[in-house]
Design a protein. Sequence first.
Lengths: 344, 396
Amino acid sequence: MNKFLKQLTVSKYTHLCLGALMLYGVAYLVTSPTIEERILHSLRNYCITHYWLRDVRFPRERAEFLHERYRERLEALTQGLFDYKDRDQVQAFLLPRGFLYEVWQEGREPSYLLSEIVGRGRYETEFPERISFDYLILGRKWVKPFGEFQRGTQAKRFLSEGGEKIYIHRDRLDSLLRWYFESLWETEPKKPESYYMEWKGQKDPLTFFLYQDLKGICEDIFVKRLFSQKRSARDYFMEEGFNLFLPTLLSAGLVMRRDKGLPLHPEHKYLKAILSGLSLKPTFTLFFLLSEQRPLSYKPSIQKMWEEVKTRLTFSSPETLHLERISQISGELLRKMESGKFAP
Amino acid sequence: MIPYGTNLRLKHLPWVTLTILAINWMIFVFHQRFDYKINFWISRTFCSIPGEFIPWQLITSAFLHSSFLHILGNSLYLLVFGPFVEEKIGWKDFLFLYLLTAVVSDLVQNTMTGIFMRETLFIPSLGASGAISGIMGVYLFRCYYSKIKLMIDLFIPIKFKLPAYVILPLWFLQDFIGGIDSTRGIYQNIGFWAHVGGFAAGFSASQYLQYGKRARKEKLEFIAETSLPQYGGYGEGIEAAEKLLKENPNEPELNLELARTLSRWRPTPEGKEHYERAIKLFLKIDPEKSSEIFTEYWGQYLTLLDPPTQLRLCLLLEKKNPSLSAITLQSLIEKESPGDLFMEEAHLHLARIYRRELGQNELARAIYEKFLQRFPKSRKREFVEKALLEMEKISK
């Protein structure tokens, strides 16, 4: 026995196994999830499988099975902490941990929002009376609202409301800014024409409008060369780029907050808010993105409203548009909406 | 680039590699037949989830695959590299390293997930690619001198070869870059860190288990084996063979190959030396082959070996090639001085060959008479005299 143990101890194979065992220990320590992580993942799976039940693309039986499994797991994890069916309790648990959770009814089914909070603030203004509201800037969405889940990027919204707060959704702008930055960094633009794409003499509206809005930032990075490192250049681009659009979104949020008690359809409220924002603080990119968005509701009146708005938002070529015109168009649309011509 | 083979030659059937492949495919096929409920249970029980892994999952996940393309790709790489590694290091070491690198690759992937990619902490991982990367690491260490046969693409079937020490590190680098990208949020649904970890584990384990010495020797053997038979460019082969023979001069096959190469265009003293050595070595292990080699050697050099060896060879050649046996024996008895015990035997065998195989009784008689002259006090004298009398009676 002693001889066997001695042989085992000096064996290189034993040493290799011990090495693997040590790595196991390290991996175990490093990967141990916190209770928050477990709950977040279970909550996400619970919400998404709930969507599968609503979406005809997913086999119902399978969706039910998985939803039930994740529900059991969520219940087990949250026992003694909070009631996962109670929105306020879930929010109270997640908000201090940097996550926003929202749930609301769309007809008979719930829609969820689970997102990282990347910023918060308080906006105050006199418009015409003194209004102030708290806002949260939301980053990556772990669970999107059902409309966005079903219909994709064009169903993304720039802002929404929840309780007393306004939520500003940064993810659409972030992905766009990141894409634009990466493509500029690769191409190393030297002239103004290099900042946007052109095809058969036609300027691509998205890149053209992005350049119009972000000229100063592009100059800092690609002309003045203020940053030698890509990472710091990208961080600057993303932050300053978003800050450029923030005043428009806050103005929109202001209108949304003001209309809080009104019996308006959420899509109507959203359009009204965004058009107000564009009217007060116009930007090319947000104007263009709004023209690309799709309605979330299938209600004929909402569809009609969106159609008419999108018709007015079209343009022959990007160069013909300028900020005053954007403000003018947005204002005209807003007046039409307020006069009831578009109201559902 | 897709590998489809190497320039090494397989000598044995790689049982363990084929068994692992068979197990993987059997599990995959069965997996497809199960419904989503059982698949959910399989996923929870046997796949490795970084945030919640259980020890056995580090091995079981290496036998599960998510799609047909996944298992096909892994099978291809295992078939290209596995058999040679198994042959070189033995099936036990192969199996041990396959499982070890499966575990280590999973642990490395989990660790990197835990540090850099926590949002994927609960996404299960599966597949044999970590273990196969480990085998590739061993392959690089052990068969670095070989060339990998590659195809650009399935749709662009342009084939070429690259040395293993070029292409394998390139693939490792590709995986490493993929791993760095994944830590920066660019996910491609591939466990790059598992590949990196597995490869590094295989390579390091090979070093620790000291496969290097054997690898250097195998490289020389490979060069010798492939270069020596060629009609041109065999200089490298000669060099390699000589290095090998320096360490172990008693390699019969190698001596023979070298002898043939050195004698290919004309007889050379070195070629003669290696032929003689090969003949003597084969005499101990395969006398039949030794006699064949001697026939070849005689055709080139027309030189006898030392009497005891020569005599033995002549005995072996007696039935197969009696003429050659007789010629060489004749040369032997004429060349060598009497008084040697082997010479007595040589005379008697020659006479026998002349009598029985070649029917040359006159020549046989002459040999017997020479025997009596040279060896008057031999114990075989009586036998020879009897033989002579017999032959006289027959002739009368």
